[in-house]
Design a binder for this molecule. Structure first.
Ligand SMILES: C[S@@+](CC[C@H](N)C(=O)[O-])C[C@H]1O[C@@H](n2cnc3c(N)ncnc32)[C@H](O)[C@@H]1O
Length: 348
């Protein structure tokens, strides 16, 4: 077993090469992403993808505790709507190291006494960081329940298929030419219905089979309640008309990474979510609008007031309250996190 970062990425590249050999010369692009991110030596499996200030990317929960405080308010509102179920099951899907869970618990929502918060995370390395106040799980539950499923920046990380227009749609497969991983374009047996009939030569597009199935499965788990997906989204047509580097991105250490076929398992591979390929949501809003609806202004005003009261003898709590102002700016920024989409599927 190779040790160290280089050893692990060599092992991940070996995993991909073995899969390619086993498949007779090429694997579908989504299989490549699955191995690169979630295989035995994948980016997330080996503990990469630490969202946070010292990690590889900054998600809304990692901006600071304000996002979780707003989610705590939303959870209270949905709990009331559901008739105050006890237990009130809330699944945080793709929970990463549990930062959202920590912030929700710290905000002490009214529903806290009924709340059964379950952080579902594929990566054992990330699960190890989950707080003891939540139930940490490797997979979604199998039993139906009444409650809420939240997935912040999960769908953009699910493996996706990749298609290229070349006088007709071809599907991207990954092969190895002896030196490096290369793309092979293959005529698919069936062109996914979501793709337009014609596109500019060289157009690329993601096909989200895994994300669509995940949403269908999550919604079918709910007797009553809602699935709330927060992510960077666009649509199939937009992808075909924009440079692929805008919507298919790699990240490592807060920087854009290299080409998606290089540095296997050393970088995150992420894609905008084409909403038109998912089951139709009940509501769609921006993250900024969602946070306004659930009282971000009140929380910021509360923070400002608490800071002013404590300004002459500030303690850590007062500093945290003051930091709500900066956190709100980042969370509401319409050229950044504020422009993310909040997709909700409500089950009555
Ligand atoms: C971009 S991170 C987001 C983490 C966290 N939700 C946040 O907002 O900071 C995506 C996480 O989803 C996890 N993940 C990917 N596929 C998953 C699945 N099918 N079930 C559970 N977790 C998954 C990854 O391991 C990773 O930790």
């Amino acid at each position: 077993m190779p040790s160290g970062a280089d050893g692990l990425s060599r092992a991940a590249a070996d995993d991909v090469r073995r899969a390619i050999a086993g498949a007779g010369g090429a694997i579908r692009f989504d299989e490549f992403v699955a191995i690169a991110l979630y295989g035995e030596h994948g980016f997330y499996t080996r503990g990469g993808g630490r969202a946070g200030r010292r990690g590889d990317f900054l998600t809304s929960p990692e901006v600071g505790p304000l996002f979780g405080a707003v989610i705590a308010r939303a959870l209270d509102a949905w709990w009331e709507e559901l008739g105050r179920p006890d237990p009130y099951i809330v699944i945080d899907a793709g929970a990463g190291p549990g930062t959202l869970a920590r912030a929700v618990m710290a905000a002490q929502p009214r529903c806290a006494h009924a709340l059964s918060y379950r952080a579902v995370e594929l990566s054992a390395a990330q699960r190890a960081a989950h707080p003891p106040t939540v139930t940490s799980l490797a997979a979604m539950p199998e039993q139906k329940f009444t409650g809420v499923i939240i997935a912040n920046e999960l769908l953009d990380n699910l493996p996706f298929r990749l298609f290229v227009y070349d006088g007709g749609w071809r599907e991207a497969y990954v092969a190895h030419d002896g030196l490096r991983f290369v793309e092979r374009l293959v005529a698919p047996p069936e062109v996914p219905a979501s793709l337009p009939g014609v596109a500019a030569h060289g157009s690329r597009v993601a096909v989200h089979d895994a994300a669509r199935e995940w949403v269908n499965d999550a919604v079918s788990l709910l007797n009553r309640g809602r699935l709330v997906v927060i992510d960077y989204c666009s649509n199939t047509t937009s992808m075909t008309t924009r440079p692929w580097r805008e919507w298919l991105r790699t990240y490592v250490g807060h920087e854009r990474g290299v080409h998606y076929l290089a540095s296997v398992s050393e970088q995150d591979i992420t894609v905008e979510v084409a909403v038109d390929q998912l089951p139709r949501p009940t509501t769609v809003s921006t993250q900024a609008a969602f946070l306004h609806t659930h009282g971000i202004e009140d929380l910021v005003a509360e923070g400002q007031a608490a800071w002013q009261r404590a300004a002459s003898h500030p303690d850590l709590a007062a500093l945290n309250m003051r930091s709500r102002i900066r956190e709100a700016e980042a969370l509401l920024d319409t050229s950044g996190l504020g422009s993310f989409s909040v997709l909700q599927w409500v089950v009555n």
